[in-house]
Design a protein around this ligand. Structure first.
Ligand SMILES: Cc1cc2nc3c(=O)[nH]c(=O)nc-3n(C[C@H](O)[C@H](O)[C@H](O)COP(=O)(O)O)c2cc1C
Length: 314
């Protein structure tokens, strides 16, 4: 499971793991926030019960803040520390971090060189392809990261400019796979379970990372389709865990987008789904879920996988 800002907290990851996800990440954590606003980052760094393989992802482009951030993370317990070199959001790129830093290979490698020896965790990085037709710059970045000690690299097969839209350039990922000795994790456009096999086959990568395809669809991991009853049960557990962590007000506010995600593309009417925007209490959620069977043509025991199986399209 990919790191997803605003999503991949402990309750979210536990939902994914209930359906076969073995390896997940926190969302990206900003080095400045770790150094200057530690309280605010505590919940982001929380490991949920039963999470036996958890990576943390650090974001930043300022060497001093990165060092401080690494030191703070050393006080926690993770299996891996991943460096974010792929985030295209303007708020991040204007600070010369994420994908903007990744595009400047020398500066990106200079930042990553601060990690070995300072971080107590095995190191990885998540990058984007740097060109759609020339593999050389992406290979240079990947090789540089490998030489500095990265033990695996995740590559999102889209350039920074397109953000998250458009095709994934499998060839560019395949070229990197051939050029490094460390495992490469392929990312981008895995929307249904079978897309994972496509990514493996087309790129020769060692593992795949799901992102938007897993939003509201933890079943993407085991490739099954839930019944309406199972869908509702999963939401109940997931959102109860959010309430336990954040309190009802904050949790329900955050949960609205997740409830939208769970119901999207599964045959529920638009009118029914729009109720997700107005959820304020757990009781509101339970009432909405009690109406789910009548809002689906097949009722409580109907399969409601996206696209008729465990997969989906957005
Ligand atoms: C809402 C959202 C939040 C994201 N947050 C992060 C993040 O914190 N760290 C990161 O490396 N990538 C982040 N990404 C990028 C995803 O991890 C992934 O690389 C991207 O969505 C491409 O995969 P997909 O086409 O399968 O969705 C985010 C993407 C979205 C849509």
């Amino acid at each position: 499971m990919a790191p997803l800002a605003g999503y991949t907290d402990a309750p979210y990851r536990r939902s994914m793991r209930r359906h076969g996800c073995r390896y997940a990440f926190t969302e990206m954590v900003d080095a400045a926030a770790l150094v200057y606003a530690r309280e605010r980052t505590k919940l982001m760094l929380l490991r949920g019960e039963g999470e036996d393989f958890l990576g943390v992802q650090l974001l930043g482009g300022d060497p001093e803040l990165l060092k401080g951030g690494i030191d703070v993370l050393n006080e926690y317990d993770f299996e891996v520390l991943d460096f974010n070199l792929g985030c295209p959001v303007p708020k991040v790129t204007k600070k010369f971090a994420g994908a903007e830093l990744g595009r400047h290979v020398d500066e990106a490698l200079a930042c990553f060189s601060l990690f070995p020896g300072r971080s107590k965790f095995p190191l990885t990085a998540k990058i984007r392809i740097l060109s759609e037709d020339d593999p050389a710059p992406t290979i240079a970045l990947a090789r540089g990261l490998e030489e500095l000690g990265a033990q695996a690299i995740t590559i999102h097969g889209r350039i920074k400019k397109v953000i998250y839209s458009g095709p994934v350039f499998y060839d560019m990922i395949a070229e990197v796979v051939k050029s490094v000795r460390i495992p490469v994790i392929g990312n981008g456009g895995i929307m249904v379970h079978s897309d994972a096999e496509q990514m493996l086959k087309k790129t020769g990568c060692h593992a795949v990372m799901a992102a938007r395809g897993a939003m509201g669809n933890p079943w993407i991991f085991d490739g099954t389709a839930p019944t309406v009853a199972e869908l509702c049960e999963e939401m109940k557990i997931h959102i109860r865990e959010m309430i336990a962590l954040y309190g009802e007000d904050s949790a329900m506010h955050m949960a609205r987008k997740m409830v939208h995600d769970y119901f999207r593309g599964r045959g529920f009417s638009g009118v029914f789904r729009s109720a997700a925007s107005h959820l304020s209490t757990e009781q509101d959620l339970l009432e909405m879920l009690s109406r789910a069977p009548e809002a689906h043509p097949g009722g409580l025991e109907a399969l409601c996988g996206r696209g008729g199986n465990g997969g989906q399209s957005l």
